[in-house]
Design a protein around this ligand. Structure first.
Ligand code: ADP
Length: 403
């Protein structure tokens, strides 16, 4: 069965086609700058790569372009559209409506629409993708896989904020958490590596990309996570501040005349590594400077590791310890000094890292146990694969539809 996985943004479409259940990647691609004069169309698989400029006006044209690309004789992915059995969509916000992936129906479309106020940038784009596919292939099974779903198991005492209850009732202001597909995938992989069922383990998954979040997974369920009502809360990120004293916002309003729009930009786009470093939001130059002993880079690396350590410690406290800490995503998979700093700070709590493995792990490009032999808590590096996780859910749900 061939499954098309789509991640539709406001001006981009990322996609993959996977053969299931073999989990074989047949092609991956991206269309960027949709709606602009010159959109960029890229695709590659093991035997071919293309990159062309052409105008793609909207998501419907974009999806048609994706289908034409995967039909290209050179890629040999499909000969006709009928060979695509189902489509899996990444949908950012399922609100309180979805605790799991689901087959897209009219009711589901309505619920995604209703959750737009919670994710005004992402849900409309995800919906555009679903509706475009529906227009082009009316009979195909579509599955929505939500970034928030895995965290719907958070208990009330973890997801409520200590604000007047009326705002929860009126606007559903609460912790939702994000990156759920990745946290779930990594936790499942970590359990396999550990050799015990997920339901018997306490795992901390650290998804550290440009956006970053950390989750406490107890007995297979997310019981707390660092991103909150929006992806702004928690760890220091590429351009987001993570946790700050909310009174800073009031102070800036009073003293700088900031509006809601200014503050949103400041905290989401101009803070984090970018705010501190002022040159870029990328961890790579920070790592380089850290190795050379440069002051600012060392400070940023230390701050990043310190915030992460505080979260790891607090998640150990709520789970009564942890069996595994698993790092994933761009920064998590590729930054040895960060893992090393966290490991050293947590030594008294049973952490230990094999520094040789820690440095070499990038070369493997697959999951590695980097713990030292005496460590009581295992530290893993696990490349995330959200597209594969979406394809798996889509495959399972599509099989159920056909039965
Ligand atoms: P997202 O999907 O959130 O955009 P990624 O998971 O791709 O992010 O991570 C992107 C970030 O990962 C980059 O901004 C960079 O800081 C970091 N990164 C990627 N490769 C490396 C590397 N080799 N060494 C250190 N950091 C890296």
């Amino acid at each position: 069965m061939k499954i098309l996985v789509l991640n539709c943004g406001s001006s981009s479409i990322k996609y993959q086609v996977l053969k299931m259940p073999e989990e074989e990647l047949l092609i991956k691609g991206i269309i960027e700058k949709i709606g602009e004069e010159r959109s960029i169309v890229e695709a590659k698989n093991s035997h071919k790569k293309i990159k062309v400029d052409k105008k793609i006006s909207d998501h419907t044209e974009g999806i048609k372009e994706v289908l034409n690309t995967i039909k290209m004789a050179e890629f040999k992915v499909i000969e006709s559209i009928e060979e695509i059995s189902a489509i899996g969509h990444r949908v950012v916000h399922g609100g309180e409506s979805f605790a799991d992936s689901t087959v897209v129906t009219e009711k589901v479309i309505k619920a995604i629409e209703e959750n737009i106020p919670l994710a005004p940038l992402h849900n409309p784009a995800n919906l555009k993708g679903i509706l475009a596919c529906k227009g082009i292939m009316p009979d195909i099974t579509q599955v929505a896989v939500f970034d928030t779903a895995f965290h719907q198991t958070l208990p009330e005492h973890a997801y409520l904020y200590a604000l007047p209850m009326e705002y929860y009732h009126k606007y559903r202001i609460r912790r939702y958490g994000f990156h759920g597909t990745s946290h779930k995938y990594v936790a499942e992989k970590a359990a396999k590596m550990f050799g015990k069922p997920l339901k018997d383990l306490r795992i901390i998954t650290a998804h550290l990309g440009n956006g970053a979040s950390i989750t406490a997974v107890k007995n297979g369920k997310s019981i707390d996570t660092s991103m909150g009502f929006t992806p702004l809360e928690g760890l220091i990120m590429g351009t987001r501040s993570g946790d700050i004293d909310p009174a800073i916002i009031v102070f800036l309003e009073r003293n700088e005349g900031f509006t809601a729009g200014n503050i949103d930009k400041l905290l989401n786009k101009h803070s984090g590594i970018l705010g501190l470093y002022e040159k870029s939001n990328d961890m790579r130059p920070i790592e380089e400077g850290y190795y050379k002993g440069k002051r600012l880079e060392t400070l940023i690396m230390t701050m990043y590791a310190y915030r992460l350590t505080k979260y790891i410690g607090s998640y150990m406290a709520i789970m009564g310890g942890t069996d595994i800490l698993a790092y994933t995503a761009g920064v998590g998979e590729n930054t040895p000094p960060l893992r090393s700093l966290v490991g050293k700070r947590m030594r008294e709590l049973g952490f230990g890292i094999d520094e040789n493995l820690n440095k070499r792990v990038i070369k493997y490009g697959k999951e590695v146990d980097i713990s030292s032999s005496e460590a009581k808590v295992r530290t893993f590096v696990i490349p995330t694969n959200e597209e594969l996780a979406i394809a798996r859910d889509t495959y399972i749900l599509t099989k159920q539809v056909f039965l």
